[in-house]
Design a protein around this ligand. Structure first.
Ligand SMILES: Nc1nc2c(ncn2[C@@H]2O[C@H](COP(=O)(O)OP(=O)(O)O)[C@@H](O)[C@H]2O)c(=O)[nH]1
Ligand SMILES: [Mg+2]
Length: 177
């Protein structure tokens, strides 16, 4: 099988860069230090994150998008040629889910047939929302898998990636039939 291209997208501060760093020891990130009272963290992705990883024999090129909507031209550019995507949200931050919904709708309408899975990240936090509440907030269909993840934890992000790889492979199998 060819090398897969998987996009990690979702709003600012969801944990996308962390996930790529957890999976790929050779990760390249474009986080820039920012000085602003409005921001909840001190660095933010301005172009892309990139990493190469082998998951159970499947080679994957992982591309992380910036989260802020002012970089939305990068969402379009980075998604060219992707095989599937992970839509990541911060499950402990209900206020971010409105932005998340807009971004999710953007990807759903741009790539209606692309396999994708939702990552309910920061599931280690006590104040996390339930998976059902996240599904409702994103208006995601019942057949879209939602996984609780901790972006620092290799096992939880591996589980997520394996689910997406299987969706991508089953889609390819249907096309060949
Ligand atoms: N508790 C917890 N913190 C996380 C998790 N994933 C990421 N973070 C933290 O959330 C912040 C945003 O992460 P980052 O990867 O930069 O988010 P991005 O904007 O989506 O790339 C950082 O301070 C991370 O350390 C997680 O699963 N649990
Ligand atoms: Mg980032």
């Amino acid at each position: 099988m060819k090398i897969l291209k998987i996009l990690i997208t979702g709003p600012y501060n969801a944990g996308k860069t962390t996930l790529i760093k957890t999976l790929c020891s050779n990760a390249l990130t474009t986080d820039k230090r920012v000085l602003s009272d409005e921001l909840v963290k001190s660095t933010t992705t301005v172009a892309l994150d990139f990493g190469l990883v082998n998951i159970e024999g499947t080679m994957i090129r992982l591309f992380g998008t910036p989260g802020q909507s002012r970089f939305h031209f990068m969402w379009r550019a980075l998604s060219i040629g992707m095989d599937g995507y992970i839509f990541m949200v911060d499950s402990s931050d209900p206020t971010s889910l409105n932005d998340a919904l807009h971004m999710y709708m953007f990807f759903r309408s741009m790539h209606p047939k692309k396999p994708h899975v939702i990552s309910a990240n920061k599931y280690d936090k006590e104040n996390k929302l339930s998976l059902d509440a996240i599904r409702r907030a994103l208006k995601a269909s019942e057949d879209t898998p939602i996984y609780p993840t901790i972006a620092y934890d290799k096992e939880s992000v591996n589980r997520l990636l394996i689910c997406l790889i299987n969706l991508v492979k089953s889609k390819v199998a249907v096309q060949i039939k």
